[in-house]
Design a protein around this ligand. Structure first.
Ligand SMILES: [Zn+2]
Length: 115
């Protein structure tokens, strides 16, 4: 992921541990995709208690989510960032604000320790 938006210069990692919340977005997207693939499997393949077609869906859905993971991770981060950074239609004249709490040297740190 770019550190800054190549168009407007907005920092994408706006505070330490910012993207932990993107996991919740990713989870919601994963559930939505799984429900959609389950419905599609139910319509096109069918699900019955008399055979093992449900396991076919489980394997299919697992592979689908695995293949979609690079896209899911990026779109979840983008959606999460859009919750906190609003679009400014005058972005060419007004440069993006720098977060006051941001400590650049702490970015990317998995754990912060208060001493
Ligand atoms: Zn931008």
């Amino acid at each position: 992921m770019n550190e800054f938006c190549p168009e407007c210069g907005q920092r994408t990692d706006i505070e330490v541990g910012f993207y932990y919340g993107a996991a919740y977005v990713s989870y919601a997207l994963t559930v939505a995709i799984s429900v959609a693939s389950f419905i599609a499997w139910y319509i096109f393949v069918g699900i019955s208690s008399d055979d093992n077609r449900i396991f076919g869906w489980l394997i299919f859905n697992g592979l689908l989510l695995l293949i979609l993971q690079p896209w899911l991770m990026r779109i979840a981060r983008t959606i999460w960032l859009s919750f906190f950074v609003k679009y400014n239609p005058r972005w060419k004249e007004e440069p993006p604000a720098v977060a006051a709490k941001l400590l650049v040297e702490q970015l990317g740190a998995a754990v912060t320790v208060n001493s």
